[in-house]
Design a protein around this ligand. Structure first.
Ligand code: TRP
Length: 334
């Protein structure tokens, strides 16, 4: 009898201990789940080119650093419009109706499409060159609506001055961009004005889409000493076509993004695309924690770094002045 009593007491104790462990761990999981309530981020990207893919990667890694991790407490719905305007419109709508908590626009056209789809849900810009001119926000220091984020521009005047230092004998500069990209129009206008102020002759050429890049570049390259390309999505997606033509004529291309230099440009003042994504993630995190886009100034990614394609310089027989070379970051494709 005594043995039985001890046995029962032991069994009761065991049940209590196991039971406590079981329920307390359940409770622990529940609290964690509340703390880590899943956040839904909808991302709209215009198309795939190396710069935009880098921005997206930076965004995902940046969100992880901010404590939001895919598969844990973060769901990302990435929509890529493959450069198609009607895709942009329908995907923008879908990301809004799918109840994402926050939206991210990669490129000006993508952000415009999101802003057409919602005036309430926060939209964070991932590398938009001129958000005011594109009609996205009222002012860069105080957007005044549901949109804020990061700009990727670098000073155009500085870019042209660098071009002149690299090519002291340059007389005629070509400017190549896509007529339908709001972000490029403004940069090209500015570049034209500044180049004239620097005493250069200017020839501006536009493309409508990737189909006419080859022909337009051929004509521009045969009339100029060098070509300046602003931050332009269509050209960025077809750098290979541009460079094939310019290489044949030995005309250097000066783009405004690191990836475009790596893709065959000679040299350019640009912003690290991956870093744009990381900065965008920081803004996303702030808004998720309650900051209001209306009052959040636009973040300028950084002052810009000179990116140099050394192999291209060699190929074109261009000597890069030491002063510039010392500052430059080499980004040749291996
Ligand atoms: N700034 C571009 C826009 O407003 C998008 C973009 C970001 C981009 N980085 C780039 C375009 C690099 C070309 C190359 O649409």
């Amino acid at each position: 009898m005594k043995v039985n009593k001890i046995f029962v007491a032991f069994a009761v104790l065991l049940v209590c201990v196991l039971g406590y462990g079981f329920f307390s761990s359940k409770k622990g999981e529940e609290t964690k789940k509340v703390d880590n309530k899943e956040v839904k981020v909808g991302v709209l990207q215009l198309l795939s080119h190396p710069a935009l893919d880098q921005i997206y990667k930076g965004l995902e890694d940046g969100l992880k650093k901010e404590g939001y991790e895919v598969g844990k407490n973060l769901k990302i719905d990435l929509q890529n419009a493959q450069g198609d305007q009607s895709n942009l419109a329908s995907m923008g709508q879908k990301l809004v109706t799918d109840n994402n908590d926050i939206l991210v626009g990669i490129t000006t056209p993508a952000t415009l499409s999101l802003s057409n789809a919602t005036k309430d849900k926060p939209i964070i810009m991932g590398g938009i060159t001129y958000p005011v001119e594109a009609g996205l926000i009222k002012a860069e220091d105080k957007p005044g609506n549901n949109i804020t984020g990061v700009s990727d521009r670098t000073p155009i005047k500085q870019q042209l001055e660098i071009m002149k230092k690299v090519l002291p004998n340059m007389k005629k500069v070509g400017i190549l961009y896509t007529a339908s990209e709001d972000n490029s129009v403004k940069q090209a206008q500015e570049a034209e004005k500044l180049a004239k102020e620097l005493g250069l002759e200017v020839k501006v050429s536009t493309v409508a889409n990737t189909n006419d890049i080859q022909q337009v570049t051929e004509s521009l390259a045969s009339q100029t000493d060098a070509i300046f390309v602003p931050i332009d999505n269509t050209i960025a997606s077809a750098m290979a076509t541009v460079v094939k033509v310019t290489d044949a004529k030995k005309i250097p291309v000066f783009p405004s993004a690191d990836t475009m230099v790596a893709d065959g440009g000679l040299l350019g003042l640009g912003v690290d695309q991956y870093q744009i994504g990381v900065e965008t993630a920081k803004v996303v995190a702030k808004v998720l924690k309650g900051a209001d886009t209306k009052d959040m100034p636009i973040v300028l990614a950084n002052e810009g770094v000179i990116y140099l394609n050394e192999a291209k310089a060699k190929q074109l027989g261009i000597e890069i002045p030491k002063e510039i070379k010392d500052k430059a970051k080499v980004v040749d494709k291996k």
